[in-house]
Design a protein around this ligand. Structure first.
Ligand code: RIB
Length: 323
């Protein structure tokens, strides 16, 4: 992997997606239905899959712009400030009086696993017109990244705009819908985790034998490439033109997995925008995702490009190619 130096131009990434305020409590274990458990300190922290990916892309060396919606309220202001501090361009993020800013209730257990409920609020009011009015941002982007925490018609508008104006379209199918519309498979790269891929294909990627079939299924449905986020098993790249690369995991001490998938997708987008072959971009993404697990929170945990470089140098893995 060629590391950027300060003189290199930053690749332009556009993220279309959600912004949430995360309301987080850690507890020894997740409560069972009907059970109350005592947790630790309550924390509010900026989140939302879209905003997390925008922050990660900026920290990893991209020039990032975002299209989204917040409420005209205190959480909305805090989320916009958080993006601004990271240098994310927010001219495409509008504040509405018609809904409150999205919030996510997040429980994190002793193993760092999370469970999340999102109240979309203003995210649900992001419209196709919000997309069509910002074709300039699509024109300029080398890579557009979209997730599924915004309304489906808006996702469709964004995929159409990306196909018309942008070089590469990455769709992170998270959260995975019960039935993914056929046209959403027509993207350059799909980046589901194992559970999301299971919702889409009906097959759970739990071991090497199954992973490749799951990825091939996504390709058979229309994706040019599938990059599976396999958590403690690393990641897997399969492309429609026959590339196959298994990326081993990086060894880290897991504190909180929230946002790791977002860091992964953002890093993949930055790698691709910089011209890296997909397996090399997936290696970078696997390291970025692993580092995110070492800290509490989503945006607060996103690594910088230097932190990723140090992890990759400490735990060399080749170039991310191979069988
Ligand atoms: O992927 C993690 C994110 O999912 C959280 O930040 C939460 O806001 C939800 O969108």
């Amino acid at each position: 992997m060629e590391w950027p130096n300060a003189m290199d131009p930053k690749p332009n990434i556009l993220v279309v997606g959600s912004l949430n305020m995360d309301l987080v409590v850690r507890a020894a274990a997740m409560p069972k239905p009907g059970q109350t458990v005592l947790g630790e300190r309550f924390v509010t922290a900026p989140g939302g899959k879209g905003a997390n990916q925008a922050v990660a892309a900026a920290r990893l060396g991209g020039h990032c712009a975002m299209i989204g919606r917040v409420g005209d309220d205190a959480f909305g202001l805090q989320l916009l400030d958080a993006l601004g501090e990271e240098g994310v361009e927010c001219t495409g993020v509008a504040a509405t009086r018609e809904a409150a800013t999205g919030v996510a209730l997040i429980l994190v257990d002793r193993c760092g696993e999370n469970s999340i409920v999102v109240a979309p609020g203003a995210n649900a009011l992001l419209t196709p017109d919000d997309i069509y009015s910002r074709c300039d941002l699509f024109d300029r982007a080398q890579v557009v990244v979209i997730q599924l925490e915004i309304p489906l018609p808006t996702v469709r508008a964004a995929t159409t705009a990306a196909r018309r104006h942008t070089r590469t379209l990455v769709l992170d199918p998270a959260p995975a819908p019960a039935a993914m519309p056929a046209e959403l498979f027509q993207v350059d790269v799909l980046t589901p985790n194992a559970r999301e891929a299971e919702s889409i294909t009906g097959q759970l990627a739990i071991e090497e034998r199954v992973d490749k079939n799951v990825a091939l299924d996504l390709i058979a449905r229309g994706a040019q490439a599938a990059v599976l986020k396999l958590g403690p098993r690393g990641s897997l790249v399969v492309t429609a033109d026959g590339q196959f690369a298994r990326i081993p995991p990086y060894n880290v001490a897991v504190v909180d997995t929230t946002g790791a998938g977002d860091a992964f997708t953002a890093a993949l987008a930055v790698g691709v925008a910089r011209g890296s072959p997909l397996p090399e971009a997936a290696l970078f993404a696997t390291a970025a995702g692993a580092l995110t697990c070492t800290r509490l929170g989503a945006q607060t945990a996103m690594p910088t490009v230097d932190e990723v470089r140090i992890l990759m140098e400490d735990q060399p893995r080749g170039k991310g190619g191979g069988q």
